[in-house]
Design a protein around this ligand. Structure first.
Ligand SMILES: C[S@@+](CC[C@H](N)C(=O)[O-])C[C@H]1O[C@@H](n2cnc3c(N)ncnc32)[C@H](O)[C@@H]1O
Length: 259
């Protein structure tokens, strides 16, 4: 119910191209965010992998980071998890377009799950991108690794374990950070902690993408604090995803864009 109200508020507050006064944001929205003509030859293969995951009726095992339980005593199947937790094709393709446009040298994803969003991002990155993805559930991580093997593109490195430990390990491997997709542990305190850890390594052009910024009050509060960070100059709220840019600009600007 809360999310429905949040969505209605978003529809009222959001603007399309006509309401964007910043030339940089106008071009980004027109050429990349709205441009569904940009495609990858990998889309079909990744969607086939998604389909095979959705059909998987094995109960989810492995460590529970809040994603596995349906209700007490019952377990989600891999298929139910794939349906509810992997980013949809619409948003995954947006991640691909942004990845291809941004071309980061060093990229991290928090929350690999079955590797669907990982494969979309990897398809957009160049072979020169160092891409590390983090997952805490060993069963999901194994399936993700099998899914990476089904693709010809450069494979990301997967680090297994709790973000509380693995993010530090990933940051040790990256001299700078140009891209982060935060898609796991949607609670306020850990989200802000991971954001601040990543910010310390952020390059001048870094783009950080947050999933589900309107999912709960905690995530809404986290998003407000992230936007207000003195190191963030530009934010774009797409309701299900939030984008923040670290690059210094003459003034701070926040956009709510209909997507
Ligand atoms: C929403 S799913 C990620 C979906 C994936 N990005 C996609 O769209 O295909 C979130 C994942 O984060 C993992 N996760 C959540 N909290 C975690 C934590 N503290 N440490 C490690 N993994 C965690 C969960 O196991 C789950 O697989």
């Amino acid at each position: 119910m809360n999310q429905l109200l949040n969505y209605i508020t978003y529809l009222f507050k959001s603007t399309n191209l006509h309401g964007i006064h910043s030339p940089f944001v106008y071009k980004l929205v027109k050429d990349i965010i709205y441009n569904r003509k940009i495609k990858s030859p990998n889309f079909k293969a990744i969607e086939n992998i998604r389909k095979s995951m959705v059909k998987n009726s094995y109960p989810m095992g492995g460590e529970d980071f809040g994603a596995g339980s349906l209700k007490k005593g019952s377990k989600k199947t891999i298929g139910q998890f794939a349906t509810s937790s992997s980013k949809s094709a619409k948003y995954s393709k947006l991640l691909f377009r942004l990845a291809q446009w941004h071309q980061p040298k060093y990229a991290i994803e928090l929350g690999t799950a079955l590797g669907i969003s990982t494969l979309y991002q990897a398809s957009g990155f160049s072979n020169n991108t160092t891409f590390i993805t983090l997952e805490g559930n060993s069963e999901l991580a194994n399936l993700a690794l099998q899914n990476f093997d089904k693709m010809d593109s450069k494979k990301p490195e997967l680090i297994l374990g709790n973000f509380d430990e693995t993010l530090e390990k990933a940051l040790e491997k990256t001299p700078q950070l140009d891209w982060v997709f935060f898609d796991g542990n949607h609670k306020k305190k850990p989200t802000l902690r991971y954001f601040n850890q990543c910010l310390e390594k952020a390059s001048e052009n870094a783009l950080f993408i947050f999933d589900d910024i309107n999912w709960s009050n905690e995530m809404k509060e986290a998003w407000e604090e992230i936007k207000q960070s003195p190191d963030i100059y530009l934010s774009i709220d797409l309701f299900f995803l939030g984008l923040v840019f670290v690059k210094k600009r003459p003034q701070k600007e926040n956009f709510v864009i209909r997507f």
